[in-house]
Design a protein around this ligand. Sequence first.
Ligand code: NAP
Length: 426
Amino acid sequence: MSTYRVAIVGAGPAGYFSAQALQGLSNDDMAFKVDLFEKLPTPWGLVRSGVAPDHPKIKSASKVFEKISDDPNFRLFAHVEVGNDISLDSLKDAYDAVILAVGTPIGKKLGIPGEDLPNCWSSAEFVPWYNGHPEFANLQVDLTGKRAVVIGAGNVAMDVARILTISSKELERTDIANHALEVLRKSEIKEVWICARRGAEFASFTAPELRELPEMSNASVIISPKDIDSAKSRIDQDSDRHIRTNLDVMERISQFPITEGERVLRFHFSCKPIEIKGNRRVESVVFDTNQGKIEVEADIVVSAIGYQPDEILGLSIEGNHLRNVEGYLGDNAYVVGWAKRGPSGVIGSNKSDAGDVVRSVVQRLIKSIPKDDLLRKRLVEKLTYINLDGWRTINRHEINLGLESGRPRVKLTQVEEINDLLGRNA
Ligand code: NAP
């Protein structure tokens, strides 16, 4: 029996599904010891800090992650940042294979003037803020104005727009971060605009997410029937089923009566942002439209236009992912998930993607002799980290806090709170 040691970097869906694929390929001849490294004190990646709080079903993937963690050959090293606390090269030296599942955490820039004004956020900041990611917990989000403009026509833009629109009563039943709930409770926002730079036929929303919008009890969703008619006139019979379904759903929404509500969520198509204006903070956005340039007042802007990888590991970036050949990075290193293919697909898409890469990891490993375990032992004994027991303590604590207030959990959002709970000095 050969036992190979594999380090996985990043405890999000792609990391867990890679561990699961390795567990599935273990047999009488081959076993895999998996060490999962995570820079945050808590695992689950986008399931914890990306998925919208009002989408609890999507978060149930965490049950699968917990099952994967139960395997005796699995260890968690949370609060260890590869590239900072430990180098990628040292992992490559100590482990038979290293799989990077580091995602694409940097928000793509609009590249227009005014983007850096206060109260103009990227979804890469705004989403982890409302989801309690410790690095974004102290963002000074200001919702005292009347209009929010969300730029982008994908599901992240839709999540952001929905969170800004739905009533705080609905949010109170979710695991949204307490600091965000407080700000959203006092929100003065009356109108949320989703602004797409191209026509409705190019929107990358998915139909289930569109269909749930009219369920918001406090808001009207407004789509102009003209926008949908003209989009329909531009596509032909053979166009993608996804496009036709999306347009049908948007058409249905466009026919809904506008009701008196606390808020309005309005879709605007074919408006390309060209400038964000303001003195001390965001005041307006200038769009290039079919009718020429228009300037609209905006009190907060969130751009949700895609993501890019972090440069921390010093690896080559190609477009919106790390340069790789079907997940292979060279030497004994691999990449999976959004860092491999760019920010696309749902949580489950990472399962088949990780499975493919892990099969090629194993094909290379079988031809090699496992490394001496002493290397790995020496490397990890120097680290301070949160292990599975520590994470389980955090998890139980958050769920118990949630039980007291009728919520799925109340997240600990400050590293100090987590350290106090675990009695750590770090
Ligand atoms: P996305 O689906 O790729 O959408 C990005 C949007 O940004 C597109 O509408 C794009 O427009 C627009 N955009 C890009 N550059 C722009 C610019 N410079 N100015 C204006 N608009 C610009 O990405 P995403 O919304 O970040 O989502 C990432 C992935 O996560 C997607 O696969 C998504 O489905 C998934 N996701 C799923 C869920 C769910 O299942 N509930 C929730 C959230 C995210 P163009 O088309 O014109 O380039």
